[in-house]
Design a protein around this ligand. Sequence first.
Ligand code: TYM
Length: 333
Amino acid sequence: MSEEKKILYSGMQATGSLTLGNYLGALKNWVKMHEEYECFYGVMDLHSLTVRQEPAKFRQNARKLYALYVAAGLDPEVNCVYFQSHVSAHAELAWILDCFTYMGELSRMTQFKDKSQKHADNVNAGLFTYPVLMAADILLYQAHVVPVGVDQKQHLEITRDIAERFNKIYGDVFTVPEPYFGENGAKVMSLADPTKKMSKSDENVNATILLTDDRDTVIRKFKRAVTDSDAEVRFAPEEKPGISNLMEIYGSVTGKSHEEIESEFAGKGYGDFKLAVGEAVADELAPLQERYEKLLADKSYIDDCIRRNDDKARYVSNKTLRKVKKKVGLLEV
Ligand code: TYM
């Protein structure tokens, strides 16, 4: 690992296809990060087990997520893009950190509260300790920075708390990480209900743009996006959440500021604006989808990248794990 670069860590759950929210809130920002940071990105398949998965489909989805990472521009030759479940240090450190995390702080996690409501028949212990595994992911690599969407803010806070608590007892073992939120798109909202986050688990297909949606579907979903009843393209998240969300998306894809968008659409109706957003998103996704199709056809290339990067991740994470085991007093022979 190069000496001078700081370390960056992030990842996504390996469930289903990715949404435009995952892309604009996280993946799009990751692509250039390697210029400044030594980067590690996991396919977080252990986290996905907190919800019941159909094994064959789950396996396929996990490889597809890897291919999407690469298709979006994450070069596996310069970034360590690997599988969480292939590196046993994650589960080992998570157990140790479980013993340094309090029931009270885990009960306050909003994601736990939301997910236990959604999956009331399966409120398992993994769902409860999910943030501890996430802390282990990040702390194993001594990450300085973690680029995520704002929905992960609370998980980053608990990661910092756990790291600081551990360091206070045992000395400087872990780097305390900082979250990194992109300027635009850190919280992409549902197209059907702009007061809710766009989420891959949404049952309404029109609420969510998938990265694998074709051009016509993307444009159709934007045309149907819920907005208000006046006709002014103006950024006002409280008063006009639907239009403001579309402006965020358009700005994130085209690089235009809110003011530039407002003047571009001054005097035009919502129809023109929605079409422009749909076309801009479809244009952004087209090259990604083309690369994705090619990568899916080349399973051996993907598997080879996974193997090589798993090795690197094992090497780096084991250094931290060994140190932690020694600090807490586990016997080495
Ligand atoms: P996950 O898989 O839910 O989401 C992956 C990333 O996408 C971001 N995101 C969004 N950003 C903007 N708008 C949205 N509507 C939107 N929906 C999702 C998320 O903030 C996230 O950055 N717990 C993590 C996975 C994880 C992880 C980690 C992340 C496990 N270990 C270590 C960072 C570091 C999660 O469930 O992300």
